[in-house]
Design a protein around this ligand. Structure first.
Ligand SMILES: Cc1cc2nc3c(=O)[nH]c(=O)nc-3n(C[C@H](O)[C@H](O)[C@H](O)COP(=O)(O)OP(=O)(O)OC[C@H]3O[C@@H](n4cnc5c(N)ncnc54)[C@H](O)[C@@H]3O)c2cc1C
Length: 478
């Protein structure tokens, strides 16, 4: 699928491959699809969704109890969702930490943050141990400020992270930032070692193969139409199990009864052609840090294993009625906007061709707080609402779901709780999103406001965040 995205860009957007799930599948092609469910079945645990959350949960359950019958039901193929499309920032951010601090106290949120730091280590460890080829490069995360307002936000953000115990985080001025990555106009940055660059699709593909080798049953091309206590219903049969775990993130709204649970928010990306050695020499980025900024409509980027820049940001953030996906097709104006960010960051790369553009959906709860829950009365569990920080969080959620299931089923008879099940995000309840058209209007207004705030901050060199952006934060419930 190609699309010419012309207009003032000297042809660098001509012939962009648009959609096709994601650039990450361009080399190897989409994976062969596993057999769908063929009639009714039973299991000890059935997991709906074959992304990082579902697959990591299957992995840890099976590792803890090899005799457990675990079935994963996936509507398309493992990695069809955000797990096969994301920016490959494996990092220690978790949506909702500050709110959890407000609800449960600072120390509880520090424990959550520490668990997230450890989760980055855990994924790097397991990937190595299981021989999963996911192109992991542990270069940390570098977030840059390019305006005075961004710099004041950066400093506040940096101090805030230190207050959660991240003492190994470093604050850089313009010169030290440029020594890492030469981003035009960068006036400062904050770097954390708790991050790595990964190849998202290789990670999810390797994970699926690993759990299958452990004896987990995976059925693909098997959409679940209804989840209820003790069963997951599909057009091809029903899988019955005492535990049914919903791991459907941005697609959750399509499930019966879940329309207003988590809002499906789009994020879009572009990948350039490979840079030449001279171009890399001009850009720097030898440490291959996950790269982001402090704009309200922030960007995220990675230096890919094959020497390109993959860069993302909010495209069309939300579609009316919580509609989700069209295999990653992205609007031309979004592609152009992402290209403008690329050129603003690296003006010398203005002539670099963009080869691929795609989008995916993430799940956003009404209070922007990620959660993991097992309802002991029904055996229904779920994890998600990670907003844009799910690559690591899904792993923490999975280990927590494992503990919750094991505690409930008496497989851990000596324990009533574990370090993970007492983290403040476990069992968190949040109200539903507003019905349409309020939902659509609210999100459109919020992102328009963020974009306007960014433009004003850039144009007027305002020293602090604009009142507009603070207003949007309040509307968003953040
Ligand atoms: C473009 C983009 C960039 C991102 N970049 C980053 C990043 O750099 N770092 C980061 O931390 N996070 C990032 N994220 C978020 C991160 O990718 C997700 O939070 C994470 O992958 C969520 O994993 P998941 O398994 O919960 O959901 P998903 O990966 O979306 O998996 C859900 C799966 O469930 C399946 N499914 C849904 N409904 C059904 C059903 N009814 N029946 C059967 N199967 C069903 C879907 O097909 C899908 O495969 C990004 C997201 C996007 C979209």
């Amino acid at each position: 699928m190609s699309s010419g995205v012309t207009g003032g860009t000297h042809g660098v957007l001509d012939g962009v491959v648009n959609g096709g799930i994601a650039f990450w599948y361009a080399d190897d092609g989409l994976p062969a699809v596993r057999e769908p469910l063929a009639g009714d079945a039973s299991a000890d645990v059935v997991i709906v969704g074959g992304g990082y959350t579902g697959l990591w949960t299957a992995y840890y359950l099976k590792k803890a109890a090899p005799d457990l019958a675990v079935t994963v039901l996936e509507q398309r193929f493992c990695g069809y969702g955000a797990s096969g499309r994301n920016g490959g920032w494996l990092y220690n951010g978790i949506a909702g930490r500050d709110r959890y601090a407000a609800l449960h106290g600072h120390e509880a949120a520090v424990r959550l943050q520490r668990a997230m730091n450890e989760t980055v280590d855990e994924i790097v460890r397991v990937v190595a141990e299981e021989g999963i080829d996911a192109d992991v490069h542990r270069g940390g995360v570098l977030e840059v400020a390019r305006t005075p307002a961004q710099l004041s936000r950066l400093k506040a953000f940096h101090a805030h992270e230190l207050s959660y115990g991240e003492h190994d985080r470093e604050l850089y001025g313009a010169r030290e930032t440029a020594e890492r990555v030469r981003v035009a106009g960068a006036v400062g940055s904050s770097w954390t070692p708790h991050g790595a660059r990964v190849h998202p699709a290789k990670l999810v593909k390797g994970l699926a193969a690993t759990v299958e080798a452990l004896g987990v049953t995976i059925h693909e091309s098997t959409p679940v139409t209804e989840i209820a206590a003790g069963r997951a219903v599909t057009p091809y049969g029903t899988v019955r199990a005492p535990y049914v775990l919903r791991c459907t993130e941005g697609f959750t709204a399509a499930l019966k009864g879940e329309k207003r649970t988590w809002l499906p928010m789009n994020s879009s990306m572009i990948a350039t052609e490979p840079l030449t050695q001279e171009q890399w020499a001009a850009v720097g980025w030898q440490g291959r840090e996950a790269l982001g900024d402090m704009a309200h409509a922030y960007m995220y980027a990675q230096r890919t294993p094959d020497g390109r820049i993959a860069l993302g940001g909010r495209g069309v953030p939300y579609r009316f009625g919580s509609r989700t996906d069209n295999d990653g097709r992205t609007r031309p104006e979004t592609i152009r906007a992402l290209h403008e960010i690329l050129v603003a960051f690296f003006p010398a790369l203005a002539g670099l061709r963009v080869e691929h553009a795609w989008s995916g959906v993430l799940g956003v709860p009404r209070d922007w707080c990620a959660t993991v829950t097992l309802d002991r009365a029904t055996g229904l569990g779920w994890a998600g609402g990670y907003v844009g920080s799910g690559v690591a969080t899904a792993n923490l959620a999975a280990r927590t779901l494992r503990d919750l299931v094991r505690l409930d089923s008496g497989r851990q008879p000596e324990a009533t709780a574990t370090d993970l099940t007492t983290l403040p995000w476990v069992g968190h309840k949040v109200r539903a999103w507003e019905p349409e058209p309020l939902r659509w209007l609210g999100v459109q207004a919020m992102y328009a406001t963020y974009r306007t705030a960014d433009r004003r901050e850039t144009r007027h060199h305002a020293p602090t965040s604009s009142r507009l952006a603070r207003l949007a934060d309040r509307v968003a419930g953040r």
